[in-house]
Design a protein around this ligand. Structure first.
Ligand code: DSN
Length: 450
């Protein structure tokens, strides 16, 4: 299979950058838990002629001509979403997770109405009402938090819900390693008459594959991205459950109107085709094995990291995601660790930990996960090796301090950056990681831009 080889002739500069990115992905370990590697088929759908098409509206109710095939593809995507997640309505047009979440608030709330979500710094998402997001500017936002053990403080959620009578409550997180508490949240939301929205962006592949409980019996609306554990193209979906329709028979139409014409113009038809392909893959029995293996790998990684002496938020994981707490030798080391792991060929992101002692930009944790490594065929035993490399990288950075003073911090990062580049232990790890990664080819047989 050869795709996009024309770029080499027409635009060598971009072709080179694309080749380099492919090599980076192939020779490293992508451990950002919100990333994954789509199939050849999904890549092809994304690179298809549908990128040329405008389709404002919904299937059979469009504002432009030439919709015969765009309609067919969107209907298939909707139908598959309904089957995969067992919901009564699906909208596959959101450009991604953030627009999907804003669209739900726009559909359910009036400006100034209250909603509740987990604090960003405790593992929540920006669009669940964090102070710098439009979801806090146009709506009143009441954040809830986690307890000392890193788990959601359900007593606080209930107390805040009774006090504030929110119109909507979010259950769903972006940096939270434990099961999402759909049932407990439903009891609270039902008690105060709020809509309950599950944001399953991180775990939608686990839900589809039966490796995490489904929110369907408990919530009214579900949002997700399509590019994380569900392993599709970058996009979003909003789904409505039977419980949602029972609460408000117009819910589906409110959601659809909020996306178009409320917030978006034409859907990205090539993405819709990619979503349809990915959902088709998620319907196959082997996807269940994949979802279970993601969690098995994450648990193995967690146990191995702990054996290596590393501290984990909540002491482990139930999902695809882990948060390493790096505060043992001082706060604010996430930046150093991310940078050093990058040099070792292991891509993660620095992240706040609950009760973050430093700052959001210089946080004290690292967030990592197993969806991409699992797609490449790695198993529990392989996670033991990965854990050893991560711990060895930590050994190289643990003595670097992150100063509180801004000027001193700049100098410290400069010194760290120049020293770490020359670190021979990291170079050795980089070579080992490269050889290991090559054993698990990313796109075997795919001659994309080589
Ligand atoms: N949800 C974020 C992530 O998990 O990477 C992106 O918005």
């Amino acid at each position: 299979m050869v795709l996009m080889n024309d770029i080499e002739n027409s635009d060598p500069e971009i072709a080179q950058a694309l080749k380099d990115e492919l090599k980076r992905q192939e020779e490293g370990l992508e451990m950002i838990p919100s990333e994954n590697n789509v199939s050849h088929a999904t890549l092809q759908a994304m690179g298809s002629v549908l990128t040329n098409k405008y389709s404002e509206g919904y299937p059979r109710k469009r504002y432009y001509g030439g919709q015969e095939f765009a309609d067919k593809i969107e209907e298939i995507a909707i139908d598959r979403a309904k089957k995969v997640f067992n919901v009564v309505h699906a909208n596959v047009q959101p450009y991604s997770g953030s627009p999907a979440n804003f669209a739900v608030l726009n559909a359910l709330l009036e400006p100034g109405d209250c909603h509740m979500g987990l604090k960003l710094t405790d593992g929540g998402h920006l669009t669940h009402g964090w102070k710098v997001s439009a979801t806090a500017k146009y709506f009143k936002s009441v954040p809830y938090s986690v307890k000392k053990d890193g788990r959601v403080d359900l007593e606080e959620v209930r107390r805040l819900a009774i006090e504030n009578k929110p119109k909507a409550i979010w259950v769903g997180y972006t940096a939270y390693p434990r099961k999402f508490e759909f049932k407990e949240f439903a009891e609270i939301a039902d008690e105060v008459g709020a809509y309950l929205i599950a944001d399953i962006a991180h775990i939608s592949g686990l839900v589809a594959g039966g490796a995490h409980e489904s929110p369907v019996p408990y919530v009214h609306v579900i949002t997700t991205t399509t590019h994380k554990t569900i392993r599709g193209p970058r996009g979003g979906m909003i789904m409505v459950t039977q419980k949602g329709i029972d609460k408000d028979p117009d819910l589906a139409s409110k959601i659809d109107k909020s996306i178009f014409p409320g917030l978006q113009g034409g859907p990205h038809d090539h993405t819709t085709a990619g979503i349809a392909v990915a959902l088709g893959e998620a319907m196959k029995p082997e996807f269940k094995d994949y979802a279970k293996q993601i969690v098995a790998n994450a648990k193995s990684l967690a146990e191995s990291l702990k054996k290596e002496g590393m501290k984990l938020v909540t002491d482990g994981t139930d999902t695809h995601l882990l948060l390493i707490d790096l505060t043992e030798n001082g706060a604010g080391k996430g930046q150093y660790m991310q940078q050093a792991l990058d040099l070792a060929g292991i891509t993660v992101n620095k992240n706040t930990i609950p009760f973050e002692p430093f700052s959001a930009f210089y946080p004290s944790g690292i967030r990592l996960g197993t969806p991409s490594l699992t797609t490449r065929g790695m198993k529990e035993k392989d996670m033991e090796k990965v854990a050893k490399w991560i711990a060895a990288v930590y050994d190289e950075i643990r003595t670097y301090d992150m100063p509180n003073d801004k000027d001193e911090r700049k100098e410290a990062i400069k010194k760290f950056s120049s020293e770490i580049k020359e670190n021979t232990n990291l170079r050795k790890i980089r070579e080992e990681v490269r050889e290991f990664a090559k054993e698990f080819p990313l796109y075997p047989g795919f001659e994309i831009m080589r």
